[in-house]
Design a protein around this ligand. Structure first.
Ligand code: FAD
Length: 400
């Protein structure tokens, strides 16, 4: 009898961790992992690539090194899943059949329909988009010398969420280098963060959120909180100030205001909201119990407050452990396990040697929090690529 086909879509946190677990379990089945690039990237480090404080290669490692034994890796872009035929449509390789599918295609930037955002802003979404941000800022700074146009030195960040803060922390660390490299006057550089909500970082205490704001303000960031962005143009941002529309001319406009699940979710006809499918308790898709959906494409209800958990790498990795176990259960015709999320705390980096976060009820700030953040980063890379990858790519060499 032909072996059952397990297909994993995406080699991010959810997909690669599922692969690792399945390879360990050695099921009597063929495993294929499909990803559009030949590398895995640590999405939680993308703000560092965007600011230029690490190189893109520092945040990546080859997928082929994680593919063991009979597992097949296909480098290709997924176009859609044909649920009825149990096939996946790929850009180059045509149709691939599956018996069981793990869908882990991650996130995309979300503009919420704000005019001009798709055309004129730079999202923090993947390796190419973050490399573009670094290059764009450097190009604008390099043009200042010949044009003396100060607007080129204004960087606007849309969104004061987790990603916005982490990016601002790195950017403020990078500025002294840019000042020297491009011979621009520090006092002419403006970094402005605009946020629609009346407060920031709701996942942390007020005290921690205020700490993050004050640390970044000390480094020259201007915050405009409670000001919805109305439009992006080729050289400006337009935001609401009460009833008024105000404009800031800028050389760079980075969009960190929101993400959604992969567009492949909608293209495949899943019932979704912003690219996320409300999955069953065991992470299967309602009506398609041969498909397990994890990571940023899935929504899992937090029964404590009746809202889906926020999408994080932490939850994607934990879901992957259940995904692998439940695929084995499906193969063996055994009952599936319900996913139980165990929050391990959240730490938000504010640049080198500074961070803040909550571990249980314990609030951490400053240097100690930044060391914990690096430990979390190293642990995550070890969970996906093993200790050898962690030793090559980990941040332990930066612990001071
Ligand atoms: P991903 O890790 O995004 O992986 C998806 C994979 O699928 C990628 O390899 C991608 O290339 C591939 N792919 C996508 N589309 C296709 C396609 N059509 N065909 C083939 N391959 C495709 N979370 C935390 O827990 N802690 C943090 O500190 C944290 N910090 C963050 C900082 C930043 C700057 C950002 C942007 C996010 C951060 N997150 C953090 C969130 C976290 O990165 C995501 O929740 C996580 O990456 C989701 O994992 P995933 O497995 O669903 O998808």
């Amino acid at each position: 009898m032909a072996k059952k086909q397990i297909v994993i879509l995406g080699a991010g946190y959810g997909g690669l961790r599922t692969l690792r677990n399945l390879q360990k379990a050695k099921p009597d089945a063929e495993i294929t992992i499909i990803n559009k690039n030949d590398y895995h990237y640590e999405a939680t480090w993308l703000h560092e690539v965007a600011a230029g404080t690490i190189e893109a290669n520092d945040a990546c490692f080859p997928i082929k090194d994680q593919v063991k034994g009979a597992t097949k890796f296909i480098q290709d872009a997924v176009i859609k899943v044909n649920k009825e035929d149990k096939t996946v449509e790929l850009e180059q390789h045509g149709l691939i059949s599956y018996d069981y599918l793990v869908f882990a295609l991650g996130f995309e930037s979300e503009s919420f329909g704000t005019p001009g955002v798709d055309e004129h802003t730079l999202p923090i979404a993947d390796i190419p988009s973050t490399k573009r941000i670094r290059e764009h800022i450097e190009t604008k700074f390099s043009q200042w010398k010949t044009t003396q146009n100060d607007e080129l030195l204004t960087i606007v960040v849309g969104g004061a969420g987790f990603t916005g803060f982490e990016f601002l922390g790195e950017l403020t660390n990078r500025i002294p280098y840019l000042v020297k490299q491009y011979d621009v006057p520090r006092e002419k550089i403006r970094i402005i963060c605009i946020e629609a909500a009346p407060s920031v970082l709701p996942m942390f205490t007020k005290d921690l959120a205020n700490y993050a704001i004050s640390r970044l303000e000390d480094r020259g960031v201007e915050f405009k909180i409670g000001h919805p962005i109305k439009e992006a143009t080729a050289d400006s941002v337009i935001y609401a100030d009460g009833e008024e529309r105000k404009e800031i001319k800028c050389g760079t406009f980075i969009w960190g205001a929101g993400v959604r699940g992969s567009g492949v979710v909608g293209a495949s006809g899943f019932e979704e909201r912003r690219g996320r499918v409300m999955v069953n308790a065991n992470l299967t898709v309602p009506g398609n119990e041969d498909i397990i959906m994890i990571g940023d494409c899935s929504a899992v209800m937090d029964t404590a407050n009746n809202r889906p958990y926020p999408t994080t790498a932490q939850i994607a990795i934990q879901q992957a452990d259940y995904a692998a176990a439940n695929i084995i259960a499906l193969l063996n015709d055994q009952p599936l396990k319900d996913f139980v999320y165990k929050p391990k705390g959240t730490v938000c980096s504010l640049g080198d040697n500074d961070a803040m976060g909550l571990v249980g009820d314990k609030a951490l700030k400053g240097y100690r929090a930044s060391v914990l953040k690096k430990v979390i980063d190293d642990r995550s890379i070890a969970m996906l690529g093993g200790v050898s990858t962690m030793l090559k790519k980990g941040k332990f060499q930066f612990y001071k």
